[in-house]
Design a protein around this ligand. Structure first.
Ligand SMILES: [Ca+2]
Length: 322
């Protein structure tokens, strides 16, 4: 793992979400990072429930010292017709376990304002790990022209680079949730690492891994064993597999230890309308086009292309069973 004397400060932008819960717990069990806040967004559930779940997860972890800032309830273009993946994560977003409501409350500050202010106070020092649609990050970029420069890095779970999507053949869920926001983030000039489903579909938690979690006495392992049932059932039905994809944990791990993935670099644009809405297209710069295109003079981002899946799964298991 990264050999840093000082833990990397991270803000997790999240729509909990079963794999979000795994990623949040993983972050709390990882000495390489210090979670300085959670910001919430719609996606797996509506934003109000995402906030409730974020507060709940921090209470489960005994980490109510970490603030939660509530994010946008609408897309960047003020769209209210949101795509909510409760059929993947359960109606409550956390596997239909009937958890009690949290005691805590979110900050008065919005997610975008929290992101802007934290980045301003710690220029170049904060990594945002974005695990849902990118509305809050795009709002922060629009709110403060310096945000893209002030933020250390944005590691995002999003995109389906040269593979089919998981909402439809074109689009991955987080990008599909707010394609306009995603295009703002990809073209912002910030240091962006995109971890797409072309990579996370290689990182699979198997049924026997889940049995190991179930037999562990660790509090996170016990909690996750319960909520994972719904997630396994969805994967079985949708993909005919007996395992689940570790989307959000993989992105979190890439933020902790960049050596887990290899990357390519180029300009990424997002299709914002039509049947390929949410499609992410990477221009790999192999051809110098004669004409000016919508990819010309766009700042480059990093896109993960391979992952050390066995090491990623082992890290998830070791840390969540501890
Ligand atoms: Ca998520």
């Amino acid at each position: 793992m990264a050999n840093e004397t000082e833990a990397k400060k991270i803000i997790i932008d999240t729509d909990p979400g079963i794999d979000d819960a795994m990623a949040i717990f993983l972050a709390l069990r990882s000495p390489e990072v210090e979670v300085i806040g959670l910001t919430t967004i719609y996606g797996n559930v509506y934003t109000t429930l995402a906030t409730r779940n974020a507060l709940h997860l921090l209470e489960v972890a005994g980490r109510t010292d970490i603030p939660v800032a509530e994010g946008s309830h609408v897309t960047l273009t003020k769209g209210t017709k949101l795509r909510i993946a409760d059929f993947v994560h359960g109606a409550d977003g956390l596997g239909n376990q009937n958890f009690p409501p949290p005691n805590g409350k979110p900050l008065e500050e919005s997610a975008a304002a929290f992101l802007v202010n934290q980045a301003k106070a710690n220029p170049g020092k904060i990594t945002v790990v974005a695990l849902g649609p990118l509305t809050n990050i795009a709002l922060a970029i629009q709110m403060d022209p310096e945000f893209a420069k002030n933020i250390g890095q944005i590691v995002l779970l999003g995109g389906a680079f040269a593979v089919n999507g998981n909402v439809n053949p074109a689009a991955e869920a987080n990008i599909f949730g707010d394609p306009d926001a995603a295009d703002v983030v990809f073209t912002s000039g910030a240091d962006v690492l995109a971890v797409g489903i072309n990579v996370t579909h290689q990182v699979v938690l198997t049924g026997s891994d889940r049995e190991k979690l179930a037999s562990s006495k660790g509090k996170f392992a016990q909690y996750l064993t319960g909520i994972l049932e719904v997630y396994f059932a969805y994967h079985c039905e949708a993909y005919n597999t007996k395992g689940v994809y570790l989307h959000d944990p993989t992105a979190l791990l890439a933020a902790i230890d960049p050596s887990l993935v290899t990357c390519t670099e180029g300009a990424v644009r997002v299709q914002t309308s039509g049947i390929t809405r949410g499609l992410t297209i990477l221009y790999n710069k192999q051809k110098r086009f004669g004409e000016i295109t919508e990819w010309s003079n766009i700042p480059t981002v990093k896109v993960a292309v391979t992952v050390d899946a066995p090491r990623a799964v082992k890290l998830v298991m070791d840390r969540l069973m501890a």
